[in-house]
Design a binder for this molecule. Sequence first.
Ligand code: ZN
Length: 584
Amino acid sequence: MSAFRFSHTAIDTVALRAELANPESGGYTSFEGWVRNHNEGHQVRHLEYEAFEPLAVKEGERIVAEAIKRFGIERAACVHRVGDLAIGDMAVWVGATARHRDEAFRACRYIIDEVKHRVPIWKKEHYENGDTGWVNCERCAAPGEHELHDHALADSAGAQANGGATHVHAHASAGHGHSLAHQHDDHHHHNAEPLQAAPAPVDTPPAKRAELRPDYSRQTSLKEVGETGQAKLRNSRVLIIGCGGLGVPVIQYLAGAGVGKIGLVDGDTLEPSNLHRQTMYALADVGEHKAILAADRVRALNPDVDVRAYTIRLTADNASELVGEYDLVVDCTDNFSTKFLLNDVCVRLRRPAIFSSVYQYEGQLQVVRPDRDGACLRCVWPEATRDGLVGNCAEAGVLGPVPGVFGSLQALEALKTLLDLPGQLGNELLVLDLLTMSTARVRIKRAATCPDHASSRVVRALDTTVVTGTPSAEPLELSFDSLDAAEAAGLSVIDIREARELVETPTPSTKARHIPMAELLHGATPLATTGKHLLLCASGRRSLAATEELRSRGQKNVYSLRGGVANLRTSRSAPAGVASRSVT
Ligand SMILES: [Zn+2]
């Protein structure tokens, strides 16, 4: 039997129990989730469950395997219903057998909790008043619901004895006027029975809410859009990877515009340090999954949108299946491994993808259009191991509106593409410096060396930058015990860390120059082409990325110190301030 599966018909617990039976086990627990007749003060008539099955089955099987390993149990399985369910129907079943009861209980609880977190399943509630609303099943497993889980666990034990089970789904209902923070509060109130939604301080009466419909007149009145364009948007499916600084404006504008289906991928939970740039969220939401929070916002903004939250990380394992479900991809991540993965999948599946990266006050935008034989990310950036080069807000810092601007540009390019408007960004890289407000459009072409493509490689900038990729046989990284040793070997050391990092850990050399990475890569003054430069950062990650970048631009005499400052033999500390900022 497959350890995780979907069922389109009633779940047969007798047969499932028999599948798990084995002579080694002295304990068997099962959990049943039932469809309940109310949610959030709405009377629910029936439900529809929908799953993204190829991805869901893989993730579900992974969860069961984890539970077996983690708790050392004999067997476990989970079955989830899909399709139309009536009140009282069993929506999900989990069973676990173990030598002793305790492991069986814990494994059973682990499986149901993780399934609710990680498996892409959605339900559509049909209310007594005729309304419907899509809800994420993951919602009921949001962090902080320990009481609910305890309750569920207690019932899973009871389920065996008396056939009773608790309904595990406690959802914020879709499309109504509560604020996110309020939904969050509601959510906790679910834990207590009887279920009662806390009154919203200011709320639209239910009758009024039902009358409100999205109004697209401000965009359909554009002659390039019109009703035809609106219909195109309604029939479009857009996948947004990353619900952070770039993702927030993309999500809001595409939802507002009435894109028919929006998928949101983000495995992270909200942190207080996100909020200065991710202003769609609320402080009270800290700790919750961003994909779930964002999906709630989309439903509140535009109930026409069919929104799907995937609280997962994009991997080589799931990327093709996810991307295959959508027409257009918007990359709002801040790491290069994900960008290149997406690039490769989009080229293969011929899906257009809109990429953006932000670093401190500047960023860039590139639209990859494999459907029109356009250049891809690898045509421009031949080395894929570039994590740490740009967009790492945690290390480099960023002002909130910077990703806001680039996310807005991504949303704009997405709409232009979906509506097939003129002026779409083609084979070019748009680079904006928001401090100086300078703009560069760098022409790019499909590269002969690109693994995804095979044609001539010419990259020429419209401004003064000339980019010529030249793969080099020279090692990228060098190892030294101390900077003195590096200097003795004839290398001039350049510390590329940020100024505030130097305050905490000064450069352990009095001769080293300090040029922060952004300035080194994007500043006006190039490094001397004579001599050898050794780049230094905290861990060797940024310096390697910067070295690769400079090499790809033809600067051959640059190297990265492997392991960075952290790897240097503890040497005399230079007093703070000695490491002077030297930009010639
Ligand atoms: Zn390419």
